[in-house]
Design a protein around this ligand. Structure first.
Ligand code: VGL
Ligand code: ZN
Length: 198
C-alpha cells in the first residue's frame, strides 16, 4: 500500500506573469516540495496543449477569454492561450522539485478536447492512463495539491474519489482561479464526494 502526492499543473503559465496567472500560484511551490518527502510516490501533471487547441479563445472567431461555449462533450470555458507544448509557459515552475517525480502525466494534448482532470478528459470518459499507473503501483490514497483549486485540482479530486481512491486536497497548497464563484461550487462538490479538504 502506497500513498501518492499528485501535484497538479505547477507551471509557469499558471503563476504570476503567466498567460493564465493564478493569484499566488508560486506561493505554494516550497510547501509542495517539502510535502514530497511524506509520500511513496510523487506524480506531476502538466497541462500540455497544441497551438490549435479548442480551449483557446483565440482559436474561436470573435470569442473573448473566459466565455463559455458548447462543445460536443459539454460546456467549455474558453481560456487565454496557455501551456502550449514545448514553451516556457508550459514548463514547471523553476523551483518545483520535479526531479523527485516518479511520473509526469501530460493532459490536454488533443486539439478537440480539454482535460482538466488528471484521470479523464473533459468528456469524462477518455482516460489519461494515470489510474492504471497508480493501481499497478499499489497506490490507494492520494493527496492533491497545485493549480487551480477550482478547475484541474477539483476535477482530478472528483474523478479520483469516483474511482475509489482515498482523496484529500491540501487546500493550503492550492490556489484558485475563482471564475464567477467557481471555487465555492467546486469546494461543495468535493465535500459531497467525500474528498477531505485539509
Ligand atoms: C487549468 C484552465 C485551463 C488548470 C488548465 O490547471 O486548472 N485551468 N487549463
Ligand atoms: Zn489548459
Amino acid at each position: 500500500m502506497t500513498n501518492a502526492l499528485i501535484v497538479i499543473d505547477v507551471q509557469n503559465d499558471f503563476c504570476p506573469d503567466g498567460a493564465l496567472a493564478v493569484t499566488g500560484g508560486d506561493a505554494i511551490v516550497a510547501g509542495i516540495n517539502a510535502a514530497m518527502a511524506d509520500f511513496g510516490a510523487v506524480v506531476l501533471t502538466q497541462d500540455w496543449h497544441p497551438a490549435d487547441h479548442s480551449s483557446f479563445a483565440d482559436n474561436h472567431h470573435g470569442a473573448v477569454p473566459f466565455s463559455v461555449v458548447e462543445m460536443p462533450y459539454g460546456a467549455q470555458v474558453l481560456w487565454p492561450r496557455h501551456c502550449v507544448q514545448g514553451t516556457q509557459g508550459a514548463a514547471f515552475h523553476a523551483d518545483l522539485n520535479s526531479d523527485r517525480a516518479d511520473m509526469v502525466i501530460r493532459k490536454g494534448f488533443r486539439a478537440g478536447i480539454d482535460s482538466y482532470s488528471a484521470f479523464f478528459e473533459n468528456d469524462q470518459k477518455t482516460p489519461t492512463g494515470l489510474e492504471g499507473y497508480l493501481r499497478s503501483r499499489g497506490v490507494t490514497d492520494l493527496v492533491l495539491a497545485g493549480l487551480a483549486t477550482d478547475f484541474c485540482v477539483a476535477f482530478s479530486a472528483l474523478d479520483a474519489a469516483r474511482l475509489g481512491f482515498g482523496v484529500s486536497v491540501r487546500m493550503d497548497l492550492c490556489r484558485a482561479i475563482d471564475l464567477e464563484g467557481s471555487l465555492a461550487v467546486m469546494v461543495e462538490k468535493m465535500r459531497a464526494a467525500g474528498v477531505v479538504l485539509a
